[in-house]
Structures are given as structure tokens and as C-alpha cells.
Design a protein around this ligand. Sequence first.
Ligand SMILES: *Cc1c(COP(=O)(O)O)cnc(C)c1O
Length: 446
Amino acid sequence: MKYYSINRNSPEVDFKTATIKGLAPDKGLYFPEYIPKWNADFISNLKNMSPAEIGFEIMKPYVGDSIPDDELMQIMQQTLSFDIPLKKIEENIYCLELFHGPTLAFKDIGARFLSRCLGYFAKQQNEKIIILVATSGDTGGAVADGFYNVPGTEVVILYPSGKVSEVQEKQLTGLGGNIHALEIQGDFDDCQRLVKLAFADDELQRLGMLTSANSINISRWLSQQIYYAIALSQWEENTLPVVSVPSGNFGNLCAGLVAQVSGLPIKHFIAACNQNDVFTIYIETGRYEPTISIPTLSNAMDVGNPSNFIRILELFGNDYDKIKEIISSFSFTDEETANTVKNVYKSTHKILDPHTAVAFAGLKTYLADNPQEKGFILATAHPLKFAPTVEKMIDQKINIPEHIQHIMNSQKKATLITPVFSELKKILQCIFNQVQVQTTIKPTNC
Ligand SMILES: *Cc1c(COP(=O)(O)O)cnc(C)c1O
């Protein structure tokens, strides 16, 4: 499988190069040269396969010769090492719980797959890979955990001091080891600016493989197809499901669409959005007008110009009518989201996080007009991740799952730096040169 840049101004590359580079040299997103068709036996046999076997079959054509089969199988076993149950919430509505991973978020799966692929490439080249990420809080945790203790990888995470939640900071700073948390005395924009400067710095580029792990990476994007197949492997109803996806950058939904094009039997998709409604407006009018994002309760979906929109266009050859036929989209206010959390809790005792609540509201709205259908929502985060907000809505404490207790009790390990590029550069040089960066050592002494 080759990958081309959507801007069509870069050479085609294989899976390994596309994964390491993230973005093509012309700044375009990578896209597979064709969408493989799954054979009917695979689809009818889903129920008898383990999650790792399903993941292997789906990713094999995309990975090609970049990773040998036995290694890919091992990567899949490590990636999918926790439960992903499909549970009934109420009549006709099921929920795929993608939040039982180490950071309680669906992003764990893509991040774990990417980290293990990069770990394999580092081992193969006998070279260190440094992963440099800026986070406003949420994605950083999944990346940090995904790479923790993966040999050959060092992760440098920049986060804005005082601007992430307590749980998020624990997830970024509690691990240590090959995870280096840099607490930036500035805001998220400063973090992003510093990361961009590092990628543009020739001297750093010459030191070794420097890569980002952001959500546009093909390894994170395409591995999300696995969610949908795992859901189908548990689907017992006799109609094809309608799937509601809480969407921000649209990587998740776009992966579901790819799976459907490959042959996965899904009836219809719902792009469930908060008040950041550019996509909903696009489905209604055919016009796509990106804007600045507005803050909402489901803040991981506060995106005014979704980066994967262009991949959806690419997948359907810019055919608006086709896109509209396959996807419906609804947007909800914070008040509607909060009411959904409350009502679902009252009637079923299930606690939804705000993102999952948006997906629930989306499916409910669709089923009101299409009462003969049944479907499932993707639960993208555990409610604990948004505990203060959700606890207020349901007037109830949320239990901390056993497997994250240790992170909640961990010591903070972070280096506080000013938002000046030379400071970041020194730290990156240290890591490339195998010098241990410790919280107590000022970067200048490194
Ligand atoms: C990132 C995220 C989303 C949005 O996913 P996209 O693939 O960007 O559309 C939804 N819910 C949660 C909890 C997230 O962290």
C-alpha cells in the first residue's frame, strides 16, 4: 500500500514513512492509494475472532511490508489489551465502551498502535525516535501512556502550566521514564508554537528521527476502523446498525466510513457535534465554512475546522450527494448535552461523559424520525475524565476505576520552562544525546 498526499505535491510513500513523517512535505494529509475490500468470510466470521485478530486483518493491507506479520500480531495484542464491550443502554440503543484503556479515552487505542509501530521502526533502524507533542490536556495523556516503556522511543510533551485538569496533569506527569513532561509557562498556543519551531529546526532534524504523534497520523487514523468491526462482532440485532460518532476533528468518523467502504455492514452514520457545527451546516447546505472554535462542555470536540474533513471529501470523490446519503449530522447545545446526561442517568443509571452524551442525543434524534432502526453510539471517554462537570449534572460521585488508581497517586515529574525555543532545544538535544533529563536539573545544566 502506498500513501499519497491530498495536496498532491509530494512523492508517494509506504506505511513506515507516512507513519514517521505524519504530514507529507507539502503539508498535505496522507491518504491510502486505494481502500481494500474485506472478504465476506472475514465479515461473517467476526464473531469468532479475537479483537487482536480483527485488528490484524484490518491493518495488514495498510501496513504492507513495513512490519512482519508476527510483529504486527504482537502490536495488535498490546494495542487491544483491554475490554471494548458493546452494552445495551435502552431499547434500540447500544453503546460501544471505548474507555476502558489506561487513560479512559478512545484515543488510547490509536495512540497505542502508533507507539508500537514507531517502536518497531526504531528497533529496526537501531535509532531513537523522539515524539514531540503539544497538548491542551486531553490527547497528551493517551500519547504519554501509549508510548510509556516502548523501547527506542522518548516522548516530550508540552502542556500549558495551570491550564489542564488535575487528572490530565497526573496522566502527563505521573509516568516518568521515557515520558518527559514539560510544563510551559504560557498557554497552549505557546506550546504549539514551540513544537512547530522544533520541527523547522535543521540542527534538531539532523540529530535523529523527530516525529509528532498527532491525530492526523495514518496509524492513529486508520486503526480506528477496528472499533467498528469490534462493535459488529458483538451486534446481535437483525437489522444493520446506525452508528453515532461524537465528532471534533472527524478522524474517528472518517475511519468508520473507510470501514464501511471496505464492506463492513453499517446502515448509516451520524456525525454528532456540539455547538461547533461546521459539519452539520455542511450536511444541511453543502457549504463548508470553517470558523474559530467555541468552548463547550464536550471540549475535545471544540473544533472549528476539522482536519479530517478533507479526507471525507477524498474518500467520496467530493460527491456531496453521496456524503449526505451516508451521514446525517446534528448539533447540540451544552444545555441539551447536560439534559441528556441527566435523563440517561435517571432512566438507566448509566453515566455518560459529555462527548458520549452528544452521540446519544444524535442517535435519539435520528431514531425519532426513523423508528424502525437500531444503532449504537461510540462512548469516547469515561465520565471520570470530566468528573467535576458530570458529578454536578447527576448529583452523584463517580467511582475511580481500579486500573487508574496508581496514576491518581503518582508523583508529579515535570520540568518547568519558559516559552522560549532555546530552552526546548537544549532539552531535545540532551535527550538525543542520551542524557537523562531529570526534574531537578535545570535545562541549562543539561
Ligand atoms: C478526540 C475526542 C473526540 C473527537 O474525535 P475526533 O476523531 O477528533 O472526531 C470525541 N470525544 C472525545 C472524548 C475525544 O477525546
